[in-house]
Design a protein around this ligand. Structure first.
Ligand code: HEM
Length: 415
């Protein structure tokens, strides 16, 4: 088992198994870990290296803030790190360290300027309202396929001005690249899907450099970071990071939103009647859903973490699912409270790599809740949802629900 002498170990759950949290309750597991082994060394599995597991809120947040000693350039997802370094390291925002990260980030933030975002959010609201209105009263629907699948990817495609005819294929690749709908999902399929997306975006980058438009690809194609233009590969990788960062996570949050509203009719009623505001509800749903279960770093030097000696080069995983349910920060964390305040969850990360698309992710959820409260009277789960198998993402690939129309006109939110 190659356990390192003196390293603390935790109860037996293989965190490299994509089915680990489909077959086991993550909240009970993490509750025990936070008490027994808040920072522990996960032994190597299937010939892959071992890694550190950080579970308490304060430690996870401190690690996010410590870009100096904990780097992202080798990769930020456990599965990628266990199979070698991320090939996009140093080129794509999420897997780049300072100082290059700072230059790339300020470039990417321009893509999310209020001017650009305002128009994209307006289209999200329109699209969401239309989809929800069409779905309510239609009998049982699969919320994942019929509604959630059409919102985030189209939003990012709007940002990038991706032609409508290419969007369905892009969604299929995006789904394959990160998670799997089967427990034995193929890594090669995922890599192939990722390559397809990058190749497609390189072509678009070359086209837009020659004939710029008013979109994020054109903006990246004509901008400079650290005094030099981005290469077509860098443009493609950074657009890809918007697609992957923004599609799955938002989709998973939207599906979980509907699931929790169906399972908590009292909270749903309070939201629908305006006794709970949409903004606090969005934050609680993000905390509850925590679609990115972990993010990872690599130690750039020897350091001490939660009393443990971490060595330079060690992989360190930060478990958002655990941090967001840490009872020292969140009172009764598994009680849904859509009015919870304060709600300093880490679902969108923290520190230098804090989610660059946070405003958009939140706007998508806000649009969904607003459309639901306007059109739906009741939300009923109409069958088991199908969970995705992933060591990274938590959520559902299918969710049968029935929305019954609301009878009276919607009332505005309480002041
Ligand atoms: C970073 C979660 C929506 C693009 C992150 C991080 C988290 C996160 C936890 C930090 C990763 C780290 O520290 O290594 C989420 C969730 C979302 C969401 C839960 C939806 C509910 C979006 C959207 C976009 C996006 C809509 C783009 C359109 C990115 C990018 C980064 C990032 C590019 C890297 C930022 C950097 O390294 O500086 N996201 N995200 N995300 N997210 Fe999001």
């Amino acid at each position: 088992m190659n356990r390192r002498k003196g390293d603390p170990v935790a109860p037996s759950l293989d965190l490299t198994d994509p089915a680990a949290f489909v077959r086991n309750d993550p909240y009970a597991y993490w509750q025990e870990i936070r008490v027994r082994s808040p920072v522990f060394w996960h032994p190597p599995a299937a010939g892959r290296p071992g890694f550190w597991v950080v579970s308490r809120y304060a430690d996870v947040r401190a690690c996010y803030d410590d870009g100096q000693r904990l780097g992202s350039a080798r990769g930020t997802v456990l599965d990628v790190l266990l199979h070698g370094d991320d090939s996009a390291g140093g080129k794509m925002l999420a897997v780049t360290d300072r100082p290059r990260h700072r230059a790339l980030r300020s470039l990417m933030l321009r893509a999310f300027s209020p001017r650009v975002l305002g128009e994209v959010v307006r289209r999200v609201e329109e699209r969401t309202a239309r989809l929800v209105e069409e779905t309510v009263g239609r009998g049982t629907v699969d919320f994942a396929a019929d509604v959630a699948a059409h919102i985030p990817l189209n939003t990012i495609c709007d940002l990038l001005s991706i032609p409508g005819r290419d969007r369905a294929e892009l969604l299929a690749w995006s789904k394959t690249a990160l998670a799997s709908e089967r427990p034995d999902g193929d890594r090669l399929d995922a890599l192939e899907a990722r390559n397809e997306i990058v190749l497609y975006l390189v072509e678009l980058a070359l086209e837009r450099r020659a004939r710029p438009g008013d979109d994020v690809i054109s903006m990246l194609a004509s901008a400079e970071a650290d005094g030099r233009p981005l290469t077509p590969e860098e443009i493609a990788l950074n657009c890809y990071s918007l697609l992957l960062g923004g599609d799955e996570s938002s989709r998973m949050s939207a599906i979980t939103a509907v699931l929790v509203l169906a399972r908590h009719p009292g909270q749903w009623r309070a939201l629908r009647e305006g006794r709970i505001g949409v903004d606090t509800a969005v934050e609680e749903i993000l905390r509850w859903a925590t679609p990115g279960m972990h993010f990872a770093r690599t130690a750039r030097c020897d350091l001490t973490l939660g009393g443990q000696r971490v060595r330079a080069g060690d992989i360190v995983t930060l478990w958002n699912t655990s941090a967001n349910n840490d009872e020292t920060v969140f009172d009764r964390p598994r009680t849904l409270d859509l009015a919870r305040r304060p709600n300093p969850h880490l679902a969108l990360g923290h520190g230098p790599h804090f989610c660059v698309g946070a405003a958009l992710g939140r706007a998508e959820l806000r649009a969904l809740l607003t459309a639901l409260t306007a059109h739906a009277g009741t939300i009923e789960q109409a069958g088991e949802g199908r969970r995705i198998y992933s060591t990274f993402l938590h959520g559902y690939s299918s969710l049968p629900v029935t929305f019954r129309p609301r009878r009276s006109a919607p009332r505005p939110d309480r002041p």
